[in-house]
Design a protein around this ligand. Structure first.
Ligand code: S3P
Length: 429
């Protein structure tokens, strides 16, 4: 168990390039793996989650190699003809790997077994198993087909109409992947919008996905390999945005950050709390909006968060709870029960760990209530092996009085291996 100690610096200042967006990185590998032709990918995330996807694809026969003389990768697409893996596929801590590959492997005429670490094996998989079974897939899992390991005997699928009960990009993408090889069309009704990286990338690869409000229609068809230049991860940028707005002496430029509207809830929320954040150099990169974010010390007010906003800030809630501790007034987060089935029960772990630093924070069945006090005090906290909690607690430590020790600090590598190095780089004095 790695421990890291954090203290409040005099200033938080500098310019940073974030790691490649994790969600887009998974999709760049997975979609190009089944396309025809070769794709060059630049800016792939080096997170252990994306490494898990890459390893699984390699054991399914996909050739992924560094392009000579550069840090780009080349993926040689297999035009939907993957090979049976000789071993169990390990998604490690990554929900995206397991759920997207479950959709893909349901279409492949061989046996696959997908597993993951203890956290992933306790997360809900019925939400992908059920729709896949409705399309005729033979997928089984522990606990009455609701938990991994999952066993998939892939084969012929038929299009179906699905009404999702959660706004989940992972579930949606799983079904889309299966639908691309099914006969007939597949319709997905979503309860609220979720990130649309899969849809954008598929369009760049020649697929026609129709969108009518919250309903998607997918027809089967081939995919052409497409080069992807991956923007910086806004979910990683979120930690520095909160650090800068809450610190009295801060100014940061975060370069080339992906600002897909499905992901910018963090900007909307912080701005509504009074944060000074500028979006500069906005442009499209491979179908994904990208910009520099310039952020400085601000004075924040509490807010009420809920409804359709939640899927747009779900991964950022732990660090938003830190921001709320430094805001004037009360912040209420509701409709966020999905947080309980992430890498940890993020309602419970966030509330308990921030309480240890003196936060005035209460747990609710579907979220939390935070009374801003303008301060936290250093202490000992635990990451519960949850990357986003480890980093949110580090930001709390960066803003608290005294010293904070984060136990299980290595969890940050699941999405942001450079996190602790970047924290050192931006902390001045
Ligand atoms: C992700 C979707 C979200 C998010 C996760 C990554 C993705 O999960 O929390 O970190 O890459 O599709 P859900 O779609 O299950 O809400």
């Amino acid at each position: 168990m790695v421990r890291q100690s954090v203290k409040r610096p005099q200033r938080i200042e500098g310019t940073l390039s974030l790691p490649g967006d994790k969600s887009i990185s998974h999709r760049a590998l997975i979609l190009n793996a089944v396309a025809s032709g070769t794709a060059t990918i630049s800016g792939l995330s080096s997170s252990t989650d994306v490494v898990a996807t890459r390893r699984c694809l390699s054991s399914l026969g996909v050739d992924i190699k560094p392009a000579e003389g550069s840090d780009q990768l080349r993926v040689h697409g297999r035009n939907w003809c993957l090979q049976e893996s000789g071993s169990i596929l390990d998604a490690a801590n990554s929900g995206t790997t397991m759920r997207l590959l479950a959709g893909l492997l349901s279409t492949q005429p061989f046996l696959s077994v997908l597993t993951g670490d203890a956290s992933l094996r306790s997360r809900p998989m019925g939400r992908v198993v059920q729709p896949l079974q409705a399309m005729g897939a033979r997928v089984m899992g522990r606990n009455n087909d609701t938990l991994a390991p999952l066993v998939i005997r892939g084969g012929h699928l038929k299009g179906a109409e699905h009404t999702l009960s959660v706004a989940s990009a992972q579930v949606k993408s799983c079904i889309i992947l299966a639908a691309l090889q099914a006969t007939g069309e597949t319709i997905i009704h979503q309860p609220a919008p979720s990130r649309d990286h899969t849809e954008r990338m598929l369009r760049a690869m020649g697929s026609t996905i129709e969108e009518d409000g919250l309903t998607l229609t997918i027809r089967p068809g081939p995919l052409k390999a497409a080069d992807v230049s991956i923007p910086g991860d806004i979910s990683a940028a979120a930690f520095w945005l909160v650090a800068a707005v809450c610190h009295p002496n801060a100014r940061l430029r975060l370069r080339n950050v992906g600002v897909n509207p499905g992901r910018t809830g963090i900007l909307d929320v912080l701005k509504s709390m009074g944060a000074r954040i500028n979006v500069e150099k906005l442009h499209l990169e491979g179908g994904e909006p990208t910009a520099d974010l310039v952020v400085e010390s601000s004075s924040l007010e509490g807010v009420e968060l809920g409804g359709d906003l939640i899927p747009r800030i779900l991964d950022e809630v732990p660090v938003l709870a830190v921001a709320a501790c430094f805001a004037r007034g009360t912040t209420t987060i509701k409709d966020a029960q999905e947080l309980r089935v992430k890498e940890s029960d993020r309602v419970r772990t966030t509330v308990r760990q921030l309480s240890r630093l003196g936060a005035s924070i209460e747990e609710r069945p579907d979220g939390m209530v935070i009374h801003g006090t303008g301060k936290l005090k250093g202490g000992q906290v635990r990451s519960h092996s949850d990357h986003r909690l480890a980093m949110a607690l580090a930001i709390a430590g960066l803003l608290a009085e005294g010293e904070t020790t984060v136990e299980g600090a290595q969890a940050a590598s699941v999405s942001y291996p450079q996190f602790w190095e970047h924290l050192d780089h931006l902390s001045k004095g």
